[in-house]
Design a protein around this ligand. Structure first.
Ligand code: DHE
Length: 569
């Protein structure tokens, strides 16, 4: 799938984006290109800027200092003036080499873009990243307030649920490249409603009551959807900045639906809002020192999770490697515990007891575990290369007791980390606490998400970032009763019945239904192709249903209301 996108279309797209992002896109080239950086027309620069935001900034950072991806600062992307590519042992790249890397990807884990970008776009990007990075504008509390839209005030919303739909089994499904969210009825498997959201919604989270769905777009737009209307209705929106990935609500008893927190990539900060209106209350910068004691200008907020045992959020700051426990019981006098862990923090989930939060420190090939009861780091566990757990998966290992599982982007293995338990029946397993007790072999690297359910005896693992089509389009299922057995391979793309397309159809993000007896897999095809959600019976591993529709474009994350509300995984 090559999706030719003329430069002029990109410029038009840029013009259509909201103010803050337009500032990002049209913002100053005042710093200008260094003399020896390749020349670019204004139109090419605008196109490069937009593609960089959409496709590159997530891994390489807005300032291009690198995180999950390498640093792309001009001091190493540019060739030396004499055309040489080496300086003091450091490799300089230049346009031709950069074009190759962008088109074909790298062994280090960067995916190929030759099926997403045209040759012209790849050339633009190779030149764009040899120029000095643009610094987008800041985003203050006043900017948030100006962006805030309360579309339906609380007193004009229903007093009780207006539909007969089983809200607890709804799946909030990201339709990534169409900037929409599909709410799918898990009982009837029918699309209930498709709503406009921010660009490429990253995650959906549920309010403690299960009534409100919050989504956060990559463009920093938060959307608050009320499920109590006869058809789900967006009741408020607000911008966090120009680039964001995380959102969670206040889940502690007495604070249900009261607050919302959103984490931004740009500017590097988190923001606190009212949970039922999104009224902005506070913005807190995360700029500061890394765990190595160096100042970082762009420490982005990665995963955020709400504690069930305290009025606290766990806020994971990517570039500094610091984990913040933010106490929301007194927003005006905000108390924060800063816990040193490792770089670069990304995604994670609770252990089965919901006392420990485990988060991937992906560049360190470690998982950090925070004890939210004591407010201290419980462990830093060495894993394989680039752990990427999603929210991870909890189950009781037949030999080692309670474990939490993470897959890896950079290695063909799933690591099982033993987690402590206060339950007496697991006392015998204490000796294994925080050890990697087993590594389950996968057919390749490139896993993003693993999933199980307390009622299941299966562990599902995807491989959407594996370069081989036969792996990308499949998922692998382990038997938790006998982990020595090879995982069962399920060819999701074939089961979907959809035609083969040039673009890979990435099978990703297994998610259970409320009862824990079905697994929903997204088949994430090309932007111009119809995709599907493919549903399996968890016991028999047989295909149960394919949900497809012309509007089903690039489905990725799916969030079952019940499992997300109660953090069941
Ligand atoms: Fe994600 C979770 C960041 C690319 C799908 N992703 C997260 C979280 C972060 C993050 C910080 C944790 C949120 C939380 O729990 O509060 N993701 C990033 C990136 O920086 C990165 C690497 C590049 C980017 O530009 O965004 C990236 N992510 C992707 C994708 O390409 C995926 C596969 C498809 C998509 O929709 O964009 C993708 N990320 C997801 C999903 C989750 C997620 C589905 C939630 C997992 C869950 O089960 O909770």
């Amino acid at each position: 799938m090559k999706e030719p996108r003329p430069v002029t279309t990109l410029v038009r797209l840029a013009a259509a984006l909201p103010l803050a992002l337009a500032g990002f896109i049209n913002g100053a080239y005042a710093q200008g290109a260094l003399p020896e950086a390749p020349a670019m027309t204004a139109e090419e620069k605008a196109a490069g800027k937009l593609i960089y935001f959409e496709r590159c900034a997530g891994c390489h950072g807005v300032l291009r200092k690198g995180a999950t991806g390498k640093s792309l600062e001009p001091h190493w992307t540019k060739k030396l003036p004499d055309g040489s590519t080496q300086e003091g042992g450091t490799l300089k790249l230049g346009t031709a080499r950069l074009e190759k890397i962008i088109a074909l990807g790298t062994e280090g884990g960067m995916v190929n873009y030759d099926d997403i970008l045209t040759k012209e776009e790849i050339n633009i990007m190779a030149r764009y990243i040899q120029n000095v990075p643009d610094v987008p504008p800041e985003f203050s509390l006043a900017d948030m307030q100006a962006s805030w839209k309360l579309l339906v005030p609380v007193d004009q919303r229903p007093a009780k649920q207006q539909s007969k739909i089983n809200l607890t089994n709804i799946f909030a499904t990201t339709l990534r490249d169409s900037g929409k969210l599909a709410l799918i009825d898990g009982d009837t498997k029918k699309i209930w409603q498709i709503l406009d959201t921010g660009y490429a919604v990253h995650i959906s989270r549920l309010s403690a009551s299960g009534r409100y769905v919050y989504t956060v777009g990559r463009d920093g737009l938060i959307t608050l959807i009320d499920l109590w209307f006869a058809t789900p209705t967006t009741v408020a929106t607000v911008k966090l900045g120009s680039d964001a990935r995380s959102v969670d609500t206040s889940k502690f008893k007495g604070y249900e639906d009261k607050y919302l927190i959103g984490g931004s990539y740009w500017p590097p900060q988190y923001s606190i809002m009212e949970g039922d209106t999104l009224k902005p209350l506070k913005v807190v910068s995360t700029r500061g020192m890394t765990v190595d004691g160096e100042y970082h200008p762009e420490p982005r907020v990665a995963s955020i999770v709400s504690s069930h045992i305290k009025p606290e959020w766990v806020v994971n700051v990517k570039e500094t490697g610091q984990i913040l426990l933010v106490d929301y019981s007194d927003i005006k006098n905000l108390k924060t515990t800063t816990i040193e862990s490792a770089k670069f923090l990304h995604d994670g989930g609770w252990d089965a007891s919901k006392r420990y939060f485990l988060v991937a420190a992906n560049a360190s090939h470690k998982v950090a575990a925070v004890d939210t009861k004591t407010g201290k780091l419980a462990a830093l566990v060495d894993t394989k290369k680039i752990p990427h757990p999603g929210r991870g998966a909890n189950f009781v290992h037949p030999k080692y007791g309670p474990v939490w599982a993470t897959g890896h982007l950079g290695d063909a293995a799933i690591s099982l980390i033993a987690t402590p338990s206060e339950d007496k029946q697991y006392a015998q397993y204490q000796q294994y606490n925080w050890k990697v007790v087993e590594e389950l072999p996968m057919p390749g690297a490139g896993n993003l998400f693993v999933k199980t359910h307390p009622k299941s005896t299966h562990l599902w693992a995807d491989l959407p970032m594996n370069p081989e089509r036969e792996n990308t389009e499949a998922v692998y299922v382990f038997n938790l009763k006998d982990l020595s057995k090879e995982p069962v391979k399920i060819d999701v793309a074939r089961d979907s019945g959809l035609p083969v397309t040039k673009a890979l159809r990435r099978a990703t993000h297994p998610e259970y239904n409320k009862d824990g007896n079905e697994v929903w897999i997204s088949l994430w095809g090309g932007k111009a192709d119809q995709s599907a959600i493919v549903i399996y019976d968890d016991k028999t591993l047989k295909l149960k249903k394919v949900i497809t529709d012309p509007q089903m474009v690039t489905p990725t994350g799916k969030f079952n209301v019940w499992n997300t509300q109660y953090d069941i995984y």
